[in-house]
Ligand binder design. Sequence first.
Ligand SMILES: [Zn+2]
Ligand SMILES: [Zn+2]
Length: 299
Amino acid sequence: MAATMMMALCRAREGAVLERRPSPTLAPGEARLRVLLAGVCRTDLYAANGVLPVAIGRVLGHEVVAEVMTSSRFAAGTRVTVHPWIGCARCAECQNGTECSSPRVLGVDADGAFAEELCIDDACLHQVPRELSLRRAAYIEPIAASMAVLRAPITRAQRGVVLGTGRIATLTTRILEHEGFDICQLATVATDAGAFDYVIETNERPIADAVALVKARGLVVLKSRPPASVPFDLATAVKKQLTFVAVAYAPFGDALALAPNLDLDDLLGDVYPLERFAVAFERANEVSSPKLFLEPKGG
Ligand SMILES: [Zn+2]
Ligand SMILES: [Zn+2]
């Protein structure tokens, strides 16, 4: 079969560039997907501006709803989203069927979703119900990442705070409220130092703020993935005898079940044709921007 061509948004020497290139070749165990909509994430902006090292030519994008073209698990035409962490198949966790401890990340270490077609490990696919809007379906990855806080040892009897006021902080707060937790959102430490049983960081504020907000012997939940190392006040954390727990993702099935019930309308913004990525990237850079989406076929 002659290679078909597609448009893809790739990391360039400077910024990102739209390229016409052959459709990706299918490796064993992979599914081929036709991308319907892909969300623009801060990770994509970091990759484009060089803050996060990504290979030149790498197709960006990891938040996606797509239609199956070929898969060993789903029929052609099935609507799916993908878990963007691709298992290595070699580590102890992969061997015993749990989450890979050194995954390749879609759109960072493997060609991503800002393209007409995408090939990815079949195991990463999750079926999306038809009733779910395309924007909500393309937003499942951030929901699963925010829902991961439910894996931390927190209880409804405790008083918690999400540190930050951006989109991810708001989404995390809404999920915890929906699940019946006593949670609030704070932009800064203000006068509430030491007032909370647990603090959830979102990389909007330094870890020192989380350490200040939490009670002695409290819990700090780490969930953000800054593109570079961040400073950490070890001595204060030890004096307060804090516990730190890092969480990555809730099961995507849980995120799919919750997605229709969450109030998301103000968090989800416009859809741009892939060709207009530069406008979308610029808008996505604004702190108050809702989630923006790229559509490969331009609608
Ligand atoms: Zn993302
Ligand atoms: Zn692994």
